[in-house]
Design a protein around this ligand. Structure first.
Ligand code: SF4
Length: 210
């Protein structure tokens, strides 16, 4: 089965349109994505209303006290480094980009705490630009489906980009991610319920299908 057919199967079953993070503008999404490292989107959504009420834009957060930000984001884990990153990110936004979130991958990854995955989320959801967003769920799903053999996110991104028209990149990123959360779990993938099982060598192997 080609990657385009897999994309169509996934698109038919999942609504890949919306981010699971809550935000009202580019600044809020960028900060929420940085905070979402090593925790759930639901956990981030619990603390961002108070954080953005206190610091509504990059100028406000750039001038924040580290200890106060740590207190507001404590429950997301790794709160010291995350506080440092979101204050640092805001300073870069103010000093290098006039307080606004930039619109290219090259500029976004210069911001503290922002890797290619986070940049891709912003490019897709805010600026409607094609992006392959490689997180732990996406990487696991595409490896099991045999679409890449790589662990390194940038190599995964390159492998998918080489096979799939860029018009489908963002939707495929979101639907494969949702598939990883819904069925293709890290420890116990629910292969017997999976509509991709007939084309999945990994699924066939754990199901004992020859
Ligand atoms: S068959 Fe199993 S391993 Fe393959 S995509 Fe489906 S859930 Fe994941």
């Amino acid at each position: 089965m080609s990657i385009l057919q897999i994309h169509r199967e996934l698109a038919a079953r999942y609504d890949g349109g919306a981010s699971l993070l809550s935000y009202t503008n580019a600044f809020e999404l960028l900060i929420a994505v940085v905070l979402s490292a090593q925790t759930t989107d639901a956990q981030v959504n619990k603390i961002t209303p108070a954080l953005f009420s206190r610091y509504p834009d990059s100028h406000a957060l750039a001038g924040a006290r580290q200890e106060e930000v740590e207190g507001l984001i404590h429950s997301t884990g790794f709160y010291r480094s995350k506080a440092r990153n979101i204050i640092g990110a805001s300073k870069v936004l103010v000093e290098d980009f006039g307080g606004r979130v930039p619109q290219t991958m090259e500029e976004l990854v210069r911001i503290p705490g922002v890797g290619r995955k986070s940049a891709g989320v912003v490019l897709h959801h805010i600026f409607d630009k094609p992006a392959i967003i490689v997180d732990t769920h996406f990487g696991r799903v595409v490896r099991r489906l045999g679409l890449t053999a790589h662990e390194d996110p940038k190599r995964v991104e390159q492998d998918i980009a080489a096979q799939l028209d860029r018009a489908y990149w963002s939707e495929f990123s979101m639907t494969a991610n949702l598939h990883g959360r819904a069925l293709c779990h890290a420890r116990k993938p629910r292969c017997s319920e999976c509509f991709l099982l007939p084309w999945c060598a990994y699924g066939a192997s754990v199901q004992g299908v020859s």
